[in-house]
Write a protein that binds this ligand. Structure first.
Ligand SMILES: Cc1ncc(COP(=O)(O)O)c(C=O)c1O
Length: 438
């Protein structure tokens, strides 16, 4: 089968020389490196779907905000660890305007990306009770968060939510929580990699479980307002981005600026902690921190130890974008809707050429078109499919590395595929199907 869109021998040789035991289960960065090498050698451009990087320009408002801050001299000064006042204020407004949730300004913090927000939360929340262990991940999920736990020697459980949607989620969660050793539950919503979005009924169940078993929900809103089936862009008006904060006071919300504001490079994220958790005292925290108060431990224990705050100018850039969004002058959702359009076209091309969508429903509703989708090809395992697609100039990652039990599937990220590349994608998928359909 050598009549492939990308030179067969080059792909074979690059795979062989990569030293990877199995290309199909390589990490995202390993796939990036391998595809870079194939592209360089062949001069052919791949349809790159392996990495979740924003493919759109950030708003000028953020950039101007940063420049203005730099000109005013912030570069020489240490920022406050919890965030500059203007940013904290705008985070509080943002949470009210787009989630319809009230949090005190002091409970709104900034972190070096949501990545650091999760890490700081693990460092504190998973040490609030010496007799308990760690995190329950509602998977599939973002592999680096599990790596964070491993790095600090904390334990975790995880399960694939695929077969436990709707009311079934309750019994599944209880089967873990009844063990009595879980301190936090983490999930992303919309979900990376599957793009499932929990319904309000499911979020209510999660909230009820948090109250019943006294666990903290770490809700990772890395793709804030990106379920484009609903328009979450109206300031202070329904519909709002769904959140567990409507159903429990035991929460830490992680809100990333990376995708919703195309601001990944500046590494500035937001945390909103419920007043109850922020002010709560956990005597066992004294083992690691000077205070037993959750909020204090997060700021002066975890965030201080990790990076002593977020770069000053990035905070002002984010504050400027949030202010414009809060004032109704910047529709940040409109700016990223393009991802939904791309996903719709791409999913159609895949399904017309013998592929199936793996995670395809939110309870009874078809899944939204957004930043990611998942796909499979009959008769192939995920790793096999990933490797074979490389000969056709298409790259993705295996669901097997995300805690998914659907190991036949791959995750595709739409962000780096422009509309001009759709014809190429069509041709390559047709060829693939021609060569592999039975
Ligand atoms: C689910 C999830 N959480 C967190 C992050 C990291 O966000 P940030 O860039 O704000 O650190 C990502 C980025 O891809 C993600 O997919």
């Amino acid at each position: 089968m050598k009549d492939t869109p990308i030179n067969y021998d080059v792909v074979r040789q690059k795979i062989d020389s990569s030293g990877l035991p199995e290309v199909g289960t390589a990490t995202i960065r390993e796939i990036v490196l391998l595809v870079n090498q194939i592209e360089k050698e062949t001069g052919e451009k791949f349809i790159r779907m392996e990495m979740g990087v924003p493919g759109l320009e950030p708003s000028q408002i953020g950039i101007e905000g940063e420049i203005k801050a730099l000109r005013s001299g912030v570069a020489s000064k240490y920022p406050m660890i919890e965030g500059v006042d203007i940013l904290k204020k705008e985070i509080q407004r943002f949470v009210k305007n787009f989630l319809d949730v009230d949090v005190q300004e002091k409970c709104c913090l900034t972190s070096v990306g949501s990545m650091q927000g999760a890490f700081a939360t693990f460092l504190v929340a998973n040490r609030t009770n010496k007799d308990k262990k760690g995190t329950l991940f509602i998977d599939p999920g973002f592999p680096v968060q599990k790596q964070q736990l491993k790095v600090i020697g904390q334990d975790y459980y995880s399960f694939d939510v695929y077969n436990y949607r709707g009311e079934k989620l309750r019994a599944k969660l209880e089967s873990y929580l009844q063990k009595g050793d879980i301190l936090t539950i983490l999930y992303s919503n919309p979900n990376n990699p599957s793009w499932i979005c929990f319904t309000d009924a499911e979020l209510k169940i999660i909230g009820e479980m948090a109250d019943k078993y006294d666990v903290i929900i770490v809700e990772d809103l890395a793709y804030f307002a990106m379920d484009f089936r609903k328009d979450y862009s109206n300031v202070g008006k329904s519909p709002f981005q769904p959140t567990v904060a409507k159903y429990t006071d035991n929460y830490v919300l992680l809100i990333s600026s990376s995708k919703s504001f195309s601001y990944a490079g500046q590494r500035v994220g937001m945390m909103a902690i419920s007043d109850k958790i922020f002010n709560r005292r956990y005597p066992d925290l004294k083992r690691y921190f000077s205070s037993d108060e959750f909020g204090y431990a997060i700021i002066y224990g975890a965030l201080y130890s990790l990076s002593s705050g977020v770069s000053h100018s990035a905070q002002y850039g984010l504050a400027a974008m949030l202010k414009a969004a809060n004032d109704g002058e910047f529709n940040f959702v409109e700016a990223i809707k393009e991802y939904g359009t791309r996903a719709e076209v791409m999913k159609k091309l895949f399904t017309e050429n013998g592929f199936t969508i793996v995670y395809d429903k939110d309870e009874d509703k078809p899944l939204a078109d957004g930043f990611y989708f998942t796909f499979a090809y009959e008769g192939m395992t995920g790793p096999e499919l990933l490797e074979k697609l490389l000969y056709y100039g298409v790259s993705a990652i295996s669901l097997a590395i995300t805690g998914s039990e659907r190991t036949e599937g791959l995750r595709a990220c739409v962000s780096q595929t422009s509309m001009e590349q759709m014809e190429d994608l069509k041709f390559r998928l047709e060829k693939f199907n021609e060569h592999h359909s039975k």
